[in-house]
Design a protein around this ligand. Structure first.
Ligand SMILES: Cc1ncc(COP(=O)(O)O)c(C=O)c1O
Length: 401
């Protein structure tokens, strides 16, 4: 039986790319958007825009209501205790930078920040910079062959000097779910704060942040089939209160004098200035769309495609998969073939995959490669996308080997 996505028709971007002869296999970079999300964006702009939180007039109230309803939907979707635990940012990168700045005052020289060897630059550079500013030690948890955080080494490396653990849920290179619960619990028992980078993980399945037990969780709307320019930062209520304000301006204040101001607490205190109103409202529609899907059917479809991808790749001589991916993506190199050349030949045949270091240079260096091809899947991909990819890969390798 050939796998056909029942959701493909919901995504006009996929249909447009089909017509153009493009096979989209780069959803880990950004995902296509369902029609309902495009409709919401158009309805917001065509219906008369208004700014949020500041106007008493009808359009302003309407925009504020829609905007705030996304906060509630996001809280339900992530199983936060309340909507007050959701801060809107411009993406996972901004959320992580906000955290690095907002938590800075808690660190003293010699304190340790722990990350894993599998982090995207977005969950590495803010901590590297913070460590340099405050003379902290950045500790990197090693990985097993498969790409998991080594639990024994993690238990040994996360100790009383650890003030913060920041790790990704699902690596954008290795495609493995980290077993985070015991790790987070251990870090919290040592008195550390915990951050989970859910930029990739949030897209696959539903997540229960209360069960996960992290203090903060970040993700980007654009990878979640939502509009770009919007991110979610979840913070456990008590953890959000630890954050110092990071941007200053309109709507994050209570009283302002020329020489002093009293600032609002989170979430609004962390959302200075006009937020991405249309994007947040359309993210609400995205969450509605995702919530009404049959989650088990989506998971089975994605697992079926992923299996076909892995089996196909394993059939090539000289093929090396990076780690043992469990879901949604696979990164690979082929012995004797430059991944840039391979990517070029795939691109020429209309295959939209990603090549390069995937914003994880230290990880690729550790794996002994300086570039890899990444194929990544969305719920709208069909088996025929993978067949086209494999046909193009055969041709490209014939030319290159
Ligand atoms: C694991 C991971 N973390 C963080 C990010 C950064 O996300 P954004 O570029 O949407 O801010 C990405 C993006 O690819 C990612 O894969």
């Amino acid at each position: 039986m050939t796998l056909i996505s029942p959701w493909r028709a919901d995504f006009p971007g996929m249909l447009a790319l089909d017509k153009e002869g493009q096979t989209y296999l780069d959803s880990a970079a950004t995902a296509q958007k369902p029609q309902a999300v495009l409709d919401t964006l158009l309805a917001y702009y065509a219906g008369g825009v208004a700014n949020v939180h500041r106007a008493q007039h009808l359009p302003g109230e309407r925009a504020t209501r829609a905007f705030e309803s996304t906060r509630e939907k996001a809280a339900r979707w992530l199983n936060a205790v309340s909507a007050e635990e959701i801060v809107f940012t411009r993406g996972a990168t901004e959320s992580l930078n906000l955290l690095a700045y907002g938590l800075e005052h808690l660190f003293s020289a010699g304190d340790e920040i722990v990350i894993s060897a599998a982090e995207h630059h977005a969950n590495l550079l803010p901590w590297q910079q913070l460590a340099a500013r405050k003379a902290l030690k950045l500790v990197v948890l090693p990985l097993t062959e498969q790409g998991d955080i080594d639990p024994q080494q993690a238990a040994a490396l996360i100790g009383p000097r650890t003030r913060l653990l920041a790790v990704s849920q699902l690596s954008n290179v290795l495609g493995r779910w980290q077993s985070l619960e015991p790790l987070l619990l251990h870090a919290r028992n040592q008195g550390a704060l915990t951050i989970v980078d859910g930029a990739q993980g949030a897209v696959h399945g539903r997540h229960d942040l209360q069960a996960l037990g992290c203090d903060f969780y970040v993700c980007s709307s654009h990878k979640l089939y939502g509009p770009d320019g919007v991110g979610l930062l979840y913070g456990r209520r008590s953890a959000l209160q630890c954050l110092q304000h990071w941007q200053f301006g309109g709507e994050m204040v209570q009283q302002v004098d020329y020489h002093q101001a009293s600032l609002r607490s989170a979430p609004l205190g962390l959302e200075a200035g006009t937020p991405p109103v249309s994007g947040v409202i359309a993210l609400g529609t995205t969450l509605d769309y995702l919530s009404q899907l049959d989650a088990a059917a989506v998971a089975a479809h994605e697992a079926g495609l992923h299996n076909i991808l892995l089996q196909g790749l394993h059939g090539y001589d000289g093929m090396r998969l990076l780690g043992e991916p469990q879901t949604a993506l696979a990164c690979f190199t082929v012995e004797g073939v430059h991944s840039g050349d391979l990517a070029h030949l795939l691109t020429e045949q209309g295959i939209a995959v990603r090549a390069g270091h995937h914003c994880a240079m230290p990880l690729l260096k550790r794996l002994g490669v300086n570039g890899a091809i990444r194929v990544s899947l969305g719920l709208y991909n069909d088996q025929s996308d993978l067949q086209r990819f494999f046909t193009a890969l055969d041709k490209a390798l014939e030319l290159l080997q």
